[in-house]
Design a protein around this ligand. Structure first.
Ligand code: MSP
Length: 593
């Protein structure tokens, strides 16, 4: 006989967003009241990407997942400095039927395939500047220990039972499917075969005795969790979709396979004839990374933000929180969901031969260029289409012309012969619009620029909080355009440093433009770290002056001293971002073939 703990949701503290759960017995789970330890934990943030299957080489969709997490984590570190406040994990998902079959087809041992492809992911992420703090492989010993411990906890809490499972299994998606989600299709040889309605991947009928998790018991606690915090799953349509799924019946979940069928995985503790279901195995990676089952994991859980693609929402928003609740733990703090990249309007797939190699893209467009493109164009709510001309057009216009041009203009020797951060003249640019006087040169639009750039860091932070990095970049880009308009309007190249009437205004125009550039450089660090470093170094901004706390835009306008005024600019190191369209012989060639 099994016994399910009667889960009662006690509440959620607004400040910690930690759920408090209590079972019918005397044990308490989740957080204690906010105390010193919680304050430290509140400052902590743990970002994760999905762990990637090693059946094939990485593509741009995988890189996109990792970049979103990287940018979120970097932005968070700029906001809350300190060595131990952020953690960011990624890794490879190496067990399961999918990998076992891929290795058999490739004629290599599964371990060999895993080593090879996992190394490809690690190399790509290193080259793309993914600053993860942890890279986990599910074939590691520490992970096996965590998964087996987690299993034992579920078993001890009466949540696993042995039963006969009969139904469709899709090895490509590693999931069980109800009859309604399966359809018949004509296979390549003309025979009818069964495929998953959603992914189109083949399915096979499976009938075997295995361990089953009492998922059905968690429908209500999951609904309550999602209703209590409508921002758990972002963007909102995905939150809504999960609540819709939970309206339907939630069947129990088979969580093991016969070892004779699936040997490449973690054995069920105490029963070698069964292998643990790869999704249970994979999801526990988020705990392994932070030291589970040792107590240290508690300082990072559940202040967790999972970044995932839309295809794996059900596993993260239903199975994972239910498993956690079952194990007496809180569900994750946030689940950020993104859509997919298609290529020239088609789904990316090996069989269509249209998989875009991220390494080629990093080489062609530079690391920062390609990072900027994916994050500027990728919209979480909808699929985005990839093609080369789009990248060239965007990077040339926003990074080379608008941002690079602005920096170049304002730091060029011709316009700024002293090579210093010029002084701001409050008489030329008084902080109250409408003032008149002989030295006042400012126009109404200039105040709009100051307002826009002053509010930009907050706007950008809000977009990051809402998982809309593309909007953050759109806002920066719009301010860059406004600043170019400001410089164009006042044409500093027509003013003369030798003229005592013109010089203060010339200095002020450059000072304001450099202050705007300093804000843009600071805010772009999470997305284009090398380019931002180049920009800030050229402005003479030191490493300790690059956090969001130190930003303090245009202090002279507000009557405060500016630490940069009169400071030497950094050395010129060439164009910030050279235009691509002159150097794209590969693109022309690609079109001819
Ligand atoms: N191994 C599982 C995840 C386990 S997490 C506990 C898996 N792996 S995957 O390699 O197939 O996918 C990893 C991530 O890449 C998913 O978030 C998926 O949505 C994302 N992408 C796969 N193809 C993609 C695109 N074409 N575009 C954007 N992201 C894509 O699922």
């Amino acid at each position: 006989m099994w016994r399910i703990p009667a889960l009662r949701l006690l509440g959620c503290t607004r400040s910690s967003r930690v759920f408090l759960f209590q079972d019918a017995g005397p044990r308490h789970y989740g957080s204690c009241p906010l105390g010193a330890r919680d304050e430290v934990r509140d400052r902590r943030a743990y970002f994760t990407t999905p762990i990637f299957y090693v059946n094939a080489a990485p593509h741009i969709g995988h890189l996109y997942s990792a970049l979103l997490a990287d940018a979120l984590c970097r932005h968070r570190s700029l906001r809350v400095p300190g060595a131990v406040t952020t953690r960011f994990s990624t890794g490879t998902d190496e067990h399961g039927l999918k990998i076992q079959q891929a290795a058999a087809i490739a004629g290599v041992a599964p371990a060999e395939l895993c080593d090879r492809v996992s190394a490809q992911f690690q190399r790509l992420f290193r080259e793309a500047g993914i600053a993860c703090t942890d890279f986990i492989r599910t074939t590691e010993v520490r992970h096996r220990r965590a998964v087996q411990h987690f299993w034992e906890v579920l078993r001890a809490r009466g949540l696993l039972y042995k039963g006969l499972y009969e139904g469709w299994y899709c090895a490509s998606d590693e999931c069980f499917l109800p009859e309604a989600k399966v359809t018949k299709q004509q296979g390549p040889s003309g025979d009818a075969c069964h495929v998953s309605l959603e992914s189109g991947h083949p399915v096979a009928w499976t009938k075997e005795e295995n361990y089953i998790f009492r998922l059905s018991q968690f429908r209500e606690p999951l609904q309550q969790w999602l209703r209590d915090d409508p921002q758990v799953i972002t963007p909102e349509p995905f939150h809504h979709a999960v609540l819709q799924w939970l309206e339907e019946e939630l069947p129990d979940l088979s969580v093991s396979r016969r070892s004779s069928h699936l040997h490449w995985g973690i054995p069920v503790p105490g029963d070698d004839s069964q292998t643990i279901y790869v999704w249970l195995d994979a999801l526990v990676n988020y705990l392994t990374v932070i030291g589970y089952p040792d107590a240290e994991f508690k300082s990072w859980w559940p202040t967790t933000s999972h970044i995932i693609g839309k295809d794996i929402l059900k596993f993260h928003a239903i199975y994972w929180p239910a498993l956690l609740l079952g194990a007496g733990m809180s569900p994750p703090h946030r689940i950020y969901v993104h859509s997919h990249w298609t290529v020239c309007g088609q789904k990316m797939s090996k069989s269509l031969g249209n998989v875009v190699d991220p390494k080629t893209c990093l080489d062609r467009y530079t690391v920062d260029g390609f990072r900027y493109f994916l994050l500027r164009q990728g919209v979480p709510n909808w699929d985005c289409d990839y093609y080369d001309e789009k990248v060239v057009k965007l990077l040339d216009s926003e990074l080379a012309d608008a941002l690079g041009g602005l920096l170049n203009r304002c730091t060029a020797k011709r316009l700024n012969p002293s090579g210093t951060y010029p002084a701001f003249c409050a008489a030329c640019f008084p902080n109250k619009p409408g003032l008149v006087g002989s030295s006042v040169r400012v126009q109404a639009e200039d105040y709009a620029l100051v307002r826009a750039v002053a509010s930009l860091p907050k706007q950008v932070a809000d977009h990051y909080d809402n998982f809309q990095i593309y909007k953050a970049l759109e806002a920066v880009s719009s301010c860059v355009r406004q600043t170019n308009g400001f410089v164009q309007r006042h044409a500093p190249w027509k003013l003369n440093w030798e003229n005592p009437v013109e010089a203060p205004w010339l200095g002020t125009v450059l000072h304001v433009a450099l202050e705007c550039l300093r804000v843009f450089g600071t805010l772009l660090q999470p997305v284009t770290p090398t380019l931002a470093d180049k920009l800030l170094s050229q402005l003479g901004v030191s490493a300790t002056e690059r956090g969001l706390g130190e930003l303090n835009f245009l202090p002279r306008f507000y009557g405060h001293p500016c630490p940069f005024e009169g400071r030497r600019l950094g050395p010129e190191t060439g164009l910030l971002f050279p235009r691509l369209d002159q150097s794209r012989t590969w693109l022309v060639k690609a079109h001819r073939t």
